[in-house]
Design a protein around this ligand. Sequence first.
Ligand SMILES: Cc1cc2nc3c(=O)[nH]c(=O)nc-3n(C[C@H](O)[C@H](O)[C@H](O)COP(=O)(O)OP(=O)(O)OC[C@H]3O[C@@H](n4cnc5c(N)ncnc54)[C@H](O)[C@@H]3O)c2cc1C
Length: 310
Amino acid sequence: MGNIFNRTNGRAWKLRQRSMKLWPEWTKKLNTKTNPIQIKTPLIKLANSEDELARMKLLVKQKENLGLKIVTKDLHTLSKREWPFNHYGGLLSKNDGFLNPITLQKSLKELLNKKEVQQIPESVISIERRSSQPGQRWGIHLTDGSFHKLDSIIICCSLGAESLLKQLDYYIKQEPILGQAMELELKSDSYDWSNWPAVLISNGINLIPRSNNRLWLGATLEPSLKPNNDLLQELKNLKGNAPCWLLDSKIINQWYGLRGRPVNRPAPILEKLEPGLIVAAGHYRNGILLAPATAEWIGNKINFNGKEYF
Ligand SMILES: Cc1cc2nc3c(=O)[nH]c(=O)nc-3n(C[C@H](O)[C@H](O)[C@H](O)COP(=O)(O)OP(=O)(O)OC[C@H]3O[C@@H](n4cnc5c(N)ncnc54)[C@H](O)[C@@H]3O)c2cc1C
């Protein structure tokens, strides 16, 4: 789902903290029989140097209430399926972990349908300012030629936000950072993932155990719109450091997506630009983690007439 302890600016840290508080409430509300939503914990981030370990120790001291603790390099967890970058130990976050993004999307769609929220499967071509009077301050033109008058609009279409905002004379730049990930099947090595964390972050790589002989490995960071297969192979062989069990594995699924990274400013972009004009984009690598705090921020910026959005 994410990683609470990346170094980040103060505002993003606050959003992370708030999201971590809200996620248990969200999972309770989104969980259904058809789409079971569960956060699998914990998450371990291994340190890459003594310096990084020292910073992690400081964080544990400063943020006692976050459920963080230091794990040592003789971590029993990683002993069976050996991991090459475990030289210093690292940090364990007991509340952080993995949430299946596909199930999450299905569950959110189910909720939208239940709440009878109108969904229009068209893209927005342009936005126009209409009047300063509340009620129909904004107009949007869609790809099917339709036009809709609205009181408020939330521009939350990641990289698509830039061109829509430009038409309104706002220049908020983002760059695409492509990410590739894969699902791997291990040839039987007679071990399983028992004692492994739900997410292992090491050397910039996220490893997520799935079933006994399957895992997800991700993700590349490519400033590009097209995936580079060499970088996917580099990820799989850990730049030449992969242990045998990983080298022998087979890619059974692979996918990629574009992350919107704000240029010359920290992620994410959350701004109320004018009455009824809100932008929530540029979440870069943490859009899922930050979804609850982002939604709460948006809810506070627009008038829901006291209605709850769940
Ligand atoms: C491989 C990979 C791994 C990731 N792992 C994590 C992780 O572990 N944790 C985490 O928190 N985040 C992770 N992320 C990042 C996360 O996916 C993003 O931060 C998040 O998806 C951003 O959400 P969003 O809704 O702002 O944008 P998006 O998910 O990019 O959605 C934007 C949507 O807007 C639509 N759109 C664009 N233009 C228009 C238009 N003009 N009109 C209508 N619709 C439009 C697009 O079609 C798209 O559907 C990962 C990303 C990748 C690629």
